[in-house]
Design a protein around this ligand. Structure first.
Ligand SMILES: [Zn+2]
Length: 115
């Protein structure tokens, strides 16, 4: 039997690695946000949109929102992504955007469908 067959499953290793990466990303996010206070940022790692690309989630024709960067989005499942979208929604509410509840339902549906 070769050594290769005795390797532990890699899934756990990947998860630990990505957590460390996230902590590093958050450090970068903190520094970059201080330099660009008016720019939006990823709600998970905190890196602003001048250094990362936001994952656009289309929820109604011609409209998309992006609370997460591509990297953070790809590390999460629809269920674990949803709180970040809800957080963005709450911010819209706080700033008085007065979006109808149907808009949230459309966002939630799109996220759960993998959008
Ligand atoms: Zn991110």
């Amino acid at each position: 039997m070769s050594e290769e067959n005795k390797q532990p499953q890699t899934e756990g290793v990947v998860a630990v690695g990505s957590k460390e990466l996230l902590a590093a990303r958050r450090e970068i996010g903190k520094k970059e946000r201080a330099k660009h206070p008016n720019m939006g940022w990823c709600h998970r790692c905190g890196r602003p949109w001048n250094i990362v690309h936001g994952h656009a989630t289309d929820y109604v024709k011609g409209r998309a929102c992006f609370p997460l960067c591509d990297e953070c989005w790809s590390e999460l499942t629809p269920v674990t992504r949803l709180p970040y979208y809800r957080q963005l929604w709450m911010e819209w509410e706080a700033f008085g955007c007065n979006e109808p509840e149907e808009t949230w339902v459309a966002i939630e549906t799109s996220v759960m469908q993998g959008g």
